[in-house]
Design a protein around this ligand. Structure first.
Ligand code: HPA
Length: 290
């Protein structure tokens, strides 16, 4: 489905928000399933329910609060989405990524995306954190893309590259910070594959995704990243491995949403620490393409 919103609709939402807050955020964070507690760490918080924001979609998933929270992490002004939008809720992909262009028009330079994901890589354990180095966008490869339809050059070019979607320097910084955090488990780094959901994958599908070269599988994130890169935002992202994908017909394991939320709660502290330290040390990108 093609984008029904024009540049002016995004601008209206950005101006609506900016005129109601004294905050001028430079970094946006999208909190994935069970990871919304990050927003509780913001100082001087100011929250807006999605239902009050013009043009904003509504979040319908348990574990996603549906609030946009402005505030400070140390001296850095941020805005955090407590709850995101998914294709499986019935939203077209351009709508899933709607907030990202609003962030761009609010002059944000960096987007941090987080999600819960199943671990396809046999070395991954539940509770591991995987930096996203690259993604595989199954829906996009077959023609369902948030950028489908007429291109508005005010946001970005018709054919944006994606080979450098996940910022290399921020990934290096994250590894450095992780070492200082003195964790038992290594910080993983790998490829995220997005599937449509809402059902979890079959065993044959997990084997297929693993053979494609994916390390983790989830139902989100990629549409937001594509729209962010299209409009020149710097992107950093990570997955929390909340379950191990079932790859073996002998296994009696079954993925479920409760274990995803539980793993999020158990890992919350280290994830919050990672994001806080990363944001604290973050410098604006040297070249701003917008
Ligand atoms: N598959 C897809 N999405 C997910 C999973 C999974 O195993 N775990 C958390 N989100």
């Amino acid at each position: 489905m093609e984008n029904e919103f024009k540049y002016e609709d995004y601008k209206k939402t950005a101006d609506w928000l900016l005129s109601r807050t004294k905050h001028q955020p430079e970094i946006a964070v999208i909190c994935g399933s069970g990871l919304g507690a990050l927003a509780e760490r913001l100082n001087q918080p100011q929250a807006f329910d999605y239902s009050d924001i013009p043009n904003f979609p509504q979040s319908t998933v348990p574990g996603h609060a549906g609030r946009l929270v402005f505030g400070y992490l140390n001296d850095k002004c941020c805005v955090m989405m407590q709850g995101r939008f998914h294709s499986y809720e019935g939203y077209p992909l351009w709508k899933v990524a709607f907030p990202v262009r609003v962030f761009r028009l609010m002059n944000i330079h960096t987007l941090i995306v987080t999600n819960a994901a199943g671990g396809l890589n046999p070395d991954y354990e539940v509770g591991d954190v995987m930096l996203i180095r690259d993604h595989i966008f199954l829906a996009g490869l077959s023609g369902n893309n948030p950028l489908r339809g007429p291109n508005d050059e005010r946001f970005g070019e018709r054919f944006p590259p994606m080979s450098d979607a996940y910022d290399r320097v921020l990934r290096q910084d994250a590894h450095f910070i992780w070492k200082q955090m003195d964790q038992e488990r290594p910080l993983q780094e790998g490829t995220y594959v997005m599937v449509g959901g809402p059902n979890f994958e079959t065993i044959a599908e997990c084997r297929f995704l693993q053979r494609l070269g994916a390390d983790a599988v989830g139902m989100s994130t990629v549409p937001e990243v594509i729209v962010a890169r299209h409009c020149g935002l710097r992107v950093f992202g990570f997955s929390l491995i909340t379950n191990k994908s079932v790859l073996d017909y002998e296994s009696r394991e079954k993925a479920n949403h409760e274990e995803v939320l539980l793993a999020g709660r158990l890992a919350a502290e280290k994830l919050e620490q990672l994001v806080c330290l990363l944001v604290e040390s973050m410098q604006p990108p040297s070249k701003n393409t917008f």
